[in-house]
Design a protein around this ligand. Structure first.
Ligand SMILES: [Zn+2]
Ligand SMILES: [Zn+2]
Ligand SMILES: [Zn+2]
Length: 333
């Protein structure tokens, strides 16, 4: 059973994998990216290589765990957290720990091994977003869970262990530090101004335009004012909403459109960079409906995070966001 432990100095929680089957050499195997199509566990026909599916969108009435799906969700074969058990929050002297309860799922985005997210159709991307939504709505009913993060690692440098396009979902029994920082910041802004900080930000940047990369009726993509990484991009819904899974249908449609456009722009301007994509949404059971505003962050891996960043949590970004926005805006799609 994995464990969640809290660092007594900073209060930061970490997951300690105590699973004895996962020795360091297993991690090495997991990191290999040379698994070809014939051994790919995510390719159609290989459904038995993964644990049984949790959700699949199928067009032709094909049987579960067989080929014929468009999107398929399965438990992660090497989960960071496990679903069965109780939390057992305990203190050991000054230390706090709890069992590593949670869910770790893989969303296989397409049956096509070589199709990148950016190269998928808008309708296919939208279907993936719906799969995220459906899984969040289902997992939220588990009272032990407080927060869900959906993310995508694209490219080996961004941490992808398999090249077949997929994203992951981790449901946690705590609200992780970075999410907490954003929520508390949004709360402070709301306390003094009675307005959502993300709504304010979108409104101001839409007037200013220097950091706007692209927009449509529902979503705006901006280079944030103080980005940690070169070409970091946030996609914000224009209408206020705290939770991704509660967004109206047309926001998924327009998010899919804008995501495709942003990823294509990055592919052209930055020569197919590896990237991470993260969905930030409000925690469950917390009254932050007016305060928090869901969004998607895309972070191409162009610069390396090294000692200074790890040592300080303070980032050096070589590209001003105004310049990054202009480069991405000027790409001809
Ligand atoms: Zn594959
Ligand atoms: Zn808002
Ligand atoms: Zn965020």
């Amino acid at each position: 059973m994995p464990e969640l432990r809290r660092d007594p100095v900073t209060g930061r929680w970490v997951i300690i994998a105590t699973d004895r089957q996962k020795r360091p050499n297993d991690f090495r195997v997991e990191r290999a990216t040379l698994i070809g199509r014939e051994h790919c566990p995510f390719c159609p026909g290989h459904e038995s290589f993964t644990p049984p599916e949790i959700l699949a969108y199928r067009q032709n009435g094909s049987e579960p765990n067989t080929a014929g799906w468009d999107v398929r969700v399965v438990p992660n074969k090497f989960p960071a957290l496990q679903v069965e058990g109780t939390l057992d929050r305990v203190g050991e002297g000054m230390f706090d720990r709890m069992n590593g309860i949670g869910a770790h799922e893989v969303i296989i985005e397409t049956p096509e091994h070589d199709r990148s997210f950016a190269a998928m159709s808008e309708a296919d991307i939208e279907r993936v977003l719906w799969a995220y939504r459906e899984r969040i709505v289902d997992l939220k009913r588990d009272f032990r869970l407080r927060y869900i993060v959906v993310f995508k690692n694209h490219g080996a440098a961004a941490g992808a262990t398999l090249e077949h396009p997929h994203s992951q979902l981790i449901a946690l029994p705590i609200v992780p530090g970075y999410a907490r920082e954003e929520i508390e910041g949004a709360r402070r802004h709301f306390a003094s101004k009675d307005r959502c900080v993300f709504c304010d930000l979108a409104r101001q940047d839409l007037v200013d335009r220097r950091r706007v990369i692209a927009e449509n009726a529902d979503i705006v993509a901006i280079a944030p004012y103080a980005p940690r990484f070169a070409f970091e991009t946030w996609l914000l819904p224009k209408r206020h909403g705290a939770r991704f899974e509660e967004a109206p249908r047309q926001e998924y449609e327009n998010l899919a459109r804008l995501l495709k456009s942003i990823l294509q722009r990055m592919d052209r301007a930055l020569e197919f960079p590896p990237y991470n994509m993260v969905v930030h949404s409000a925690p469950f059971n917390e009254d932050v409906g007016d305060v928090f505003h869901w969004h998607v962050e895309v972070m191409p891996k162009i610069t390396r995070v090294a000692g200074f960043e790890w040592g300080t949590g303070f980032y050096i970004n070589p590209t001003p966001p105004e310049e990054a926005a202009q480069v991405l805006r000027d790409v001809n799609l």
